[in-house]
Ligand binder design. Structure first.
Ligand SMILES: *Cc1c(COP(=O)(O)O)cnc(C)c1O
Length: 391
């Protein structure tokens, strides 16, 4: 029965995906480098402005802020460094706890650890794969108390100072109820939008719901700068502080070297920002082609037993960064991953839940039944822009 299910899913994938594979296999997500990419990079090389100074950094920051609809964007070396700085400028301190979904890329937790704070794991909702606000509210009402306006973990006596909402595979977290819960317990929201540039919630771009949000431009994300990331915010002082910390906290007064706090070398080089400008120009095209591909997957899997194509909710417009199948049976999921990779169709399981990683196994955690139930049944399937180009 099981073998029947997975071989049928494989056949369905093969009916959608091209048979001629350039490198002998179909990658899960490959960058699409066309448009003005070469022109802008050539400009950097010819002018010599390849490093930390140059016009593309400012241009990319302005264009990002304009695209997402925030007042400010600060570009940095990675999505991870963006998260680290976001927590820093939101004043997450030594000994604090930060709520994060158990299902995320490990960087979400690592950034918390870099601040000497502790990740505190919470469950996800089946319809979004992101934080389940109702469950969170229930959990916080039972396991925390309010002390001088702060949310304190009753067991550890530590302050819960922030919550990171990660928009999984590009699918928006149900933000309105989350914003309500965060208000109720006085916890600030940081959006980890590494996977969700271009996605909307109730018609408004993600990245505008939190106090601050972050992006990643790693090679496998919807747009890439080779490596890179950004912080987005409407708050002038947070943006200014993030920029300051990312540039080794060098005081702008005079020509000498004076640094007024411990900063970081997290600036994005101009040559990476040049790539970013070219990529951002093409984002509307990427979104269109990704939606094409998602629609074809959705149609193809609609009547197939044992598997569901993961679709956006009514309140959401997903960028469909990584297309996702959810199988009824975990054994089918691992079997499917094996047989697809064997024939050169790259598929991947979801991340191991972060609390199951050795360095995070003793961190505080809510009930994670939905995350546990789903994570072994998720299979990510090829999602490159180029695959959405063929009709
Ligand atoms: C990719 C990713 C990051 C980290 O971004 P890098 O640019 O690789 O450092 C953080 N969080 C999530 C959810 C990601 O997918």
């Amino acid at each position: 029965m099981s073998n029947h299910t997975t071989s049928f899913i494989l056949k369905t994938l093969q009916s959608i995906l091209p048979t001629n594979k350039k490198q002998g296999f179909l990658p899960l997500h490959e960058p699409y480098l066309s448009g003005n990419t070469l022109k802008y990079v050539k400009d950097c090389v010819e002018s010599g402005w390849v490093s930390y100074l140059g016009s593309y950094v400012d241009k990319f920051e302005n264009q990002l802020a304009e695209y997402v609809g925030t007042k400010h964007a600060v570009v940095v070396t990675s999505g991870t460094s963006a998260l680290h700085l976001a927590l820093k400028v939101c004043d997450v301190k030594d000994g604090d706890e930060v709520l994060i979904p158990a299902l995320s890329f490990v960087a979400t937790a690592n950034s918390v650890s870099y601040c000497n704070a502790t990740p505190h794991f919470i469950d996800i909702a089946e319809n979004t794969l992101g934080i389940d606000s109702k469950k969170l509210d229930n959990y916080l009402s039972k396991s925390t108390e309010n002390k001088n306006g702060f949310c304190i973990n009753s067991k550890t006596r530590k302050k819960i100072s922030a919550i990171i909402a990660m928009h999984c595979f590009g699918h928006p977290v149900d933000m309105n109820p989350l914003v309500e819960v965060a208000k109720k317990y006085n916890i600030q929201i940081i959006e980890d939008g590494a996977q969700s540039l271009g996605s909307k919630y109730k018609g408004k771009n993600l990245g505008t719901y939190g106090k601050i949000s972050t992006l990643s431009f790693n090679g496998n994300k919807i747009i890439t700068t080779g490596g890179g990331g950004a912080l987005l915010t409407n708050d002038n002082s947070l943006a200014k502080h993030a920029k300051h910390l990312s540039t080794v906290a060098k005081s702008s007064k005079g020509v000498g070297y004076f640094h007024d706090e411990i900063g970081y070398n997290y600036r994005m080089p101009n040559i990476n920002a040049a790539l970013g400008c070219a990529q951002l120009e093409q984002l509307p095209y990427f979104l269109e082609k990704k939606r094409n591909l998602a629609n074809r997957y959705k149609e193809a899997f609609v009547n197939i037993k044992g598997v569901k194509f993961f679709s956006e909710c009514d309140f959401a417009e997903s960028n469909y960064w990584l297309n996702t199948l959810i199988l009824d049976n975990p054994n089918d999921a691992s079997n499917l991953i094996k047989i697809t990779n064997d024939v050169g169709i790259m598929t991947r399981p979801a991340w191991t839940l972060i609390p199951d990683l050795p360095m995070y196994k003793d961190c505080p955690s809510a009930d994670l039944s939905t995350a546990r139930n789903l994570c072994s049944r998720i299979v990510n399937i090829p999602s490159s822009v180029v695959l959405g180009e063929s009709e």
